[in-house]
Structure formats: C-alpha cells, structure tokens
Design a protein around this ligand. Structure first.
Ligand code: ADP
Ligand code: ZN
Ligand code: ZN
Length: 730
C-alpha cells in the first residue's frame, strides 16, 4: 500500500505545520480530529488540518502518528472555519489557536466523553409539601422551590449553591429522589417564560426589531445602547425567549467579574431549561461536560466568559455580549483575540443574531453602527421607577483634603448617611498607599525587577509589587540615607477604610477589592451583603464598577481619576468615560434619587465637563470625531509588535531588525521601537513597535508576507516577542 501522510497543527509557537505518516494499520483521520504525535523528545496532541498530503520534506524523515484520538472532527465545520480564519486574521500559529479553543482535557488528549450525573426530583410526598412551612429551613425551602419547577441536574444544584447537607436531609425525609443518568440524554423544550415584565416603549421597540431577524436566523448585530438601569436584561430575556421557544440555543458572554451564580439564577428563574456555564471557576472536567452539552444541544443557555466564544453549539440562535465595551473580551496574552469581533464573524458563519449591550458602547461598535453594519437600539429611560442621577464636581484645589476625602465630600456623605442611605466610594488602587517615600532624600520604594513602585499593604505587613508579585518587608529606615522619616504616598483602599472609620465611626464600611475577595465565595458574599444594605459605606476598585445592583446606594463618588486625564494612551479618555458612567450607574438604582460626585484637580478639563454636563453619548460623538481627525482606530488599523528580554539591547535589537523590513510599505507607518508603558517588568525590559495603516487590508497583507522572514531573524533568539492585532492597551 502507498504510504499516507497528514498535516498537523501543533501547539508550539511556530507558524509552521508538520507532516506525519499514517501507519498501515491506523485509520486515516478526518480533518479536525486530534492525533498524538512525537515532537522532538516529547509527545504532543495536535490537530489534523489536511489528509492525504504530499509531504513537504523527504518522506523518509517523517515520523509516524502515535495515535489517532478522534473518529470525528472536534468542531463542526462552521466553527472550524472560524478558527482557521482567526489564525489568519490574528497571524497566530494555528496549533496554538486550536489548542486554546479546545477544553483543557481535550487538549491533553482525553476523550470527549460524558460523565454520568445525578438528577434530583421531587417524590410524590415531596410534591405534597407546603413550602411556607419550611420558613425556618430557608435552604431546604429554596431547593424544594427550585425542584417544583422541574428536575435538576448535579451541575444545576451546584450553580444554585444548594449545600450538600440540605440535599441529604431532603432525600432522607423522602421528599427528593435521585436518578443516575448520562448527561447527553437530557433534552429540553421551552414554551414558557416566567414572570416576564411588561416592557416600556423603548424596550418593546428594541425587542420588536429583533424578533423577525431572530426567527429567520439572520446574522444581524444589534447594539443595545441603554443607560444603566434602563432594563437591558429584560430585553435580553425577551429576545432569548423568541430563540428558546424555537428550540435554539443562546450563548451569553459576560466580563469575568460579572459571572456570578446570581446571573445564572436570573436566567433560571425565567426559563425552565438546562443552563451551563463556562468560566475559570470550574474544574477541567466540569468544563468539558458543559462544552459537550453545548455541542450536542443538551444545554439551552450557555453562559461564559471570553473563551466560551469557541464553544461549539448544535443550534445557536442568539449570542449576547453584556458590557460589550469591557476590555476583558480581549485576550491580552498568547492568542490575542477579541471575543466581540469573533462573535460577529461567527454569527455570519453560522447564521444567528448578536446583541452587543452596554450603557457605554465602545467607539468601535458605535462606528460600526454609524456605518450601518450594526443596528443601534437606544434605551434612554431608566426602567421602573428609578430616576437618572445628578452629577457634580468638587474642585480639589479649593478644598482641605483628609486622606483623599475633601471637606465638601465628607459633608455630602454625612447627609446621605444620616438619611439612612448607602455611600459608595470608588478608588482604583488597592493596598494602603501606592509607595513609601523618604521625607529627607526623596528615595522611593521601587521594585527592583519592575519600573514601578511597590505598594504598601499595611494589613499584610509588606510591600508588594502589583506587576511581578514581588514582596518585601516594610523598611523602617530609608534605603538610601538611613533616615527614619518614611512617609506613605498615594491613597489606597486600605487607608481609605481606615479614614472612614475615623470620620464615620458610627457607620460600618465594607471594602471590596482583590485583596478582600481572594478566597472562593468571598466576592459573592460581599456583594450580597452590600446589596442587602448591611454596610453603610462601600469602598471599591474596578471590581465594583460593573453591573452590580445596590438598591440602597444614593451617593457615589470617584475619588481620584486624574491620572487618566493626561495619559499617553489614546484610549484613555474612552476608558475613563466608560468607568465614570459605570460607577455613576451604581447611584440611585431604585426609588431613591442618586448623586454622583467627582473629585478632581482639573474641573475645567474638557473631558470632565463633557461627562458631567452632557453624558456619554455626546462624549462619544466628540471622541469619534477626534479619532477620525487623528486617523486612529476605528478609522485606521493597528498592530503592535512587543519584545521583552533581560537586556534592553536584545529587546530593542529584535524590534529594530523587524522595523527595517516593515519600513518599506507605502501605506504602513512604523513607529518605534519605543519603551512599552511598563518599560520593565519582572526583570525584563519591554519595548514595542507600532504599525499603523489607514486600511486594514494592506497592513495585514504586509504582515502575512513578512512574518515568515521576521520570525526567523537571528535577533529573535535573544528576546521573546509577540504580535497583537487591533491592540487595546499600549
Ligand atoms: P441595565 O442592565 O440596563 O442596567 P437592568 O436590566 O438591571 O438594567 O434593570 C434595572 C431594573 O429595572 C431592574 O430592577 C429591572 O427588574 C427593572 N426593569 C427592567 N425592565 C422593566 C420594566 N419593563 N418594568 C419595570 N421594571 C423593569
Ligand atoms: Zn532617604
Ligand atoms: Zn515588580
């Protein structure tokens, strides 16, 4: 028999594909199947990209496939096409793209197999119980109530956070029974939506606009541009209804932080259908089970973070990206894709609708809407009874300041607290102080490995670098002159907590940041306590800005955002505007009117004036105008080459060598090499080279043409380098 060969993509940082021979007794694999192959002295799991190929190197040199792992392709054809496209668009090695897209267990070569699960349901006796009699056992009551709506799987019980002891008790009482079954046998049908709200006019218009195209499976993209509290979720739910009633699936992508059991619970209350989630909190095996259920149609709703975009779905009818402007949809290392852009691409490949929802849409999406590629649907009113918040600025130049809090702010806070309301203070700096400083010689507590200061963490009793994780003991003397006059600089959340205890000793405060929520479940608990009004004062970093609903907060203040006003990053104004509106959106969410107060040293700054007086919409119009004038994205294309090495010269040399090649295209401008925003991190120097073109096509064609040469440059041996297409932060 004639020898047979296949071409394989391997998870290695090389753009090249690899050929292997198939042994006579082995079956010829299909494209999209996994194979185990020898590579150097290792064994790797690779993906078959072509069969029956004519090898590119002498056939005698080729090794043979160790094992064919799949009889079927891992992804359906349309998703496979998307993955190939993504590899080309982001100029990323295909093997890394594919292995990034596969669940961890499949990446490791395990079979895509279902596990058995337990199904819980009420017994005849259980159905007879009156739930109000369980008032003293709230967990039992909750579980029973959930089961009254229908049987639940193990995963659902876990998502709903039902304690194991509760389950055990109810089984012992004979009210609940279990059954073992294989997950994929689960099928679902949806013909009922519980407790749907009566839509207001704007919501109804939005839902009506979506219904027809959703029923026809058109790949339409809607930009749902709705101020905070305008009821975007209700629009999502009613759009989902259209799709679920037709037996099609819905995928919901959320920023990392918003993915809480509450989100899942909200969907579960509305629809009695199987819901799976895909996020970093799951074990590898749970993730695979969710993935399989999405692929085979057992899951009706799939909720996940960024990487869920690669999950195959049997019959997807709708994809929703909530907080579409959020930068967490962009992967920042390795395979640097943008899940929002891939969602739109995937919609065209598979034929489903996409809702991009936000109170502060990205300028990219607004430009797409303006160009007619997306349909913009506006919600300008707050749903229900909430009013839009009042905005005010405090000029810090005119004020006495006590640990970051101005006299005027303290007085305003006192008024809101005395009225029995909650106050939320936003400060995006965790720790006690951003640095230690010698009062005599000016020495600063720098990290030895990064171009950054070490943050003082009073509670943990150490200095910590937020970039490399490095730690040091708190010095009692200056590292340079020996003076004992060491002072701290730059207010952090820990210190703010201390200040509040001094100013408002009679009110309880709660700090929510990465340090206070490190343990599993802590964040959910803190958010719940905040929402219940157990604390009068809430202190939060970025984590608290997004999507959370605190009904008793009437005053929100941003203490220190001035750093963003004079940043060199052209996206800084957009980021600040989004942050400002997101934080402001936490004020006055229910019956009480809200107030937003911004402290600044630059009250006259045009961006601040725009935000406070006119809001995000006007800001966005002006910002798009500026971007167009300056030929910046979304009115131009960019790519960023980054390099890092233990010596500055090595990092610079590789980018300079690349620049020498890249410099010769009439439509592509090369800027740099120049230091990256954090010029040194964890002992490595970081530089970047920016590529700019008015049109995307010539830039991509140029990269395509040159990358095979660039990646073989001798300088690349002494530095790590990467390419970022449509970069976000630089
Ligand atoms: P957004 O996500 O746009 O910030 P939410 O979806 O969280 O807003 O809705 C804000 C509040 O308004 C929620 O408490 C929600 O239940 C309520 N709400 C939404 N739509 C309606 C409606 N049509 N009628 C009454 N209340 C509504
Ligand atoms: Zn000193
Ligand atoms: Zn460091």
């Amino acid at each position: 028999m004639k020898p047979r060969y296949i071409r394989v993509a391997l998870p290695v940082p090389m753009r090249q594909l690899f050929d292997y021979s198939i042994k006579e007794e082995q079956p010829m694999p299909v494209v999209g199947a996994r194979v185990k192959v020898p590579f150097g002295n290792r064994q790797l799991v690779g993906f078959v990209v072509a069969c029956d190929v004519t090898p590119e190197v002498a056939a005698a040199k080729l090794k043979s496939v160790r094992e064919v792992l799949d009889t079927n392709p891992l992804w359906p054809a349309s998703l496979w096409e998307l993955l190939l496209w993504a590899g080309r668009y982001y100029h990323h090695p295909l093997g890394e793209v594919l292995s990034h897209a596969a669940p961890a267990l499949l990446r490791k070569g395990q079979p895509p197999r279902y596990e058995t699960t337990t199904r819980y349901q009420l017994t005849a006796l259980g159905r007879e119980q009156v739930l109000s009699e369980l008032k003293r056992a709230p967990q039992q009551q909750r579980f029973m109530a959930a089961l009254q709506r229908g049987p639940m799987h193990q995963a659902g019980v876990k998502e709903a956070d039902i304690p194991a002891a509760t389950v055990k008790t109810l089984i012992e009482k004979g009210w609940v029974e279990t059954e073992q079954l294989r997950l994929h046998e689960a099928s679902w049908q949806c013909d009922q939506a519980n407790d749907a709200l009566r839509l207001n006019e704007e919501q109804a218009t939005a839902v009506a606009a979506m219904r027809g195209p959703l029923e026809r499976g058109e790949p339409k993209v809607w930009l749902l541009d709705g101020v905070t509290g305008s009821g975007k979720t209700e629009v999502y739910l009613q759009a989902m209804e259209t799709v679920l009633f037709r037996g099609q699936q819905v995928m919901v992508l959320v920023p990392e932080i918003g993915l809480t059991p509450q989100t899942v619970a909200r969907f579960q209350r509305r629809f009695d259908v199987p819901i799976v989630s895909l996020h970093s909190g799951l074990t590898d095996s749970e993730r695979l089970q969710s993935w399989l259920q999405a692929r085979d149609g057992g899951a009706a709703i799939i909720i996940g973070t960024r990487s869920a975009i690669f999950t195959p779905c049997k019959q997807l009818g709708l994809m929703i990206l909530d907080e579409e402007h959020d930068s967490s949809f962009k992967q920042q290392d390795g395979f640097r894709y943008n899940a929002r852009d891939l969602a739109v691409k995937r919609a065209h490949q598979e034929g489903f609708g996409v809702i991009l929802g936000s109170a502060t849409p990205s300028l990219e999406s607004l430009a797409n809407a303006r160009a007619g590629r997306y349909q913009r649907l506006e919600l300008n009113q707050r749903a229900g009874e909430a009013q839009l918040a009042k905005h005010a600025v405090i000029d810090l130049k005119q004020q006495r300041i006590h640990q970051g809090l101005s006299d005027q702010l303290l007085a305003t806070m006192a008024k809101h607290l005395e009225a029995g309301n909650q106050v939320l203070l936003f400060l995006n700096r965790r720790g006690y102080a951003s640095a230690l400083l010698c009062h005599e010689c000016g020495w600063v507590s720098e990290c030895h490995r990064c171009q950054a200061n070490m943050t003082l963490h009073q509670q943990a009793h150490l200095l910590q670098c937020h970039h490399c994780g490095g730690q040091r003991r708190i010095p009692h003397q200056c590292g340079a002159c020996g003076s004992t006059q060491i002072i701290s600089q730059g207010l952090g959340t820990e210190q703010l907590e201390e200040a509040l205890a001094k100013h408002f000793p009679e009110y309880k405060s709660l700090r929510i940041d990465r340090d206070s929520t490190r343990k599993k479940g802590q964040l959910e608990k803190a958010l719940q306590a905040a929402a219940n009004g157990e604390y009068s004062l809430l202190i939060g970093t970025q984590m608290l800005a997004k999507g959370h609903h605190f009904p008793h907060v009437t005053l929100v203040s941003l203490l220190d955002v001035d750093g963003a006003l004079y940043s060199s990053d052209f996206r800084a104004p957009e980021r600040l505007a989004q942050l400002y509106l997101q934080v402001a959106g936490r004020a006055g969410r229910e019956h009480k009117a809200g107030t937003v107060v911004l402290q600044t040293h630059h009250p006259e700054h045009p961006l601040i004036q725009e935000l406070v007086n006119n809001g995000y919409r006007d800001f966005a119009v002006a910002a798009l105008e500026e971007r167009q004038q300056a030929l910046l994205p979304p009115f131009a294309a960019m790519a960023l080459l980054r390099a890092e090495a233990v010596s500055q010269q090595a990092a610079e040399a590789v980018l300079q060598a690349m620049a020498n090649y890249l410099n010769h295209h009439p439509d592509v401008t090369v800027i740099g090499p120049m230091p990256a925003p954090l010029a040194k991190r964890a002992g490595r120097y970081r530089l970047q080279l920016l590529l700019h073109a008015e049109q995307r096509a010539p830039l991509h064609a140029w990269l395509q043409q040159l990358l095979p040469t660039l990646e073989k440059l001798p300088e690349t041996r002494h530095a790590r380098w990467s390419l970022d297409i449509d970069p976000q932060d630089f």
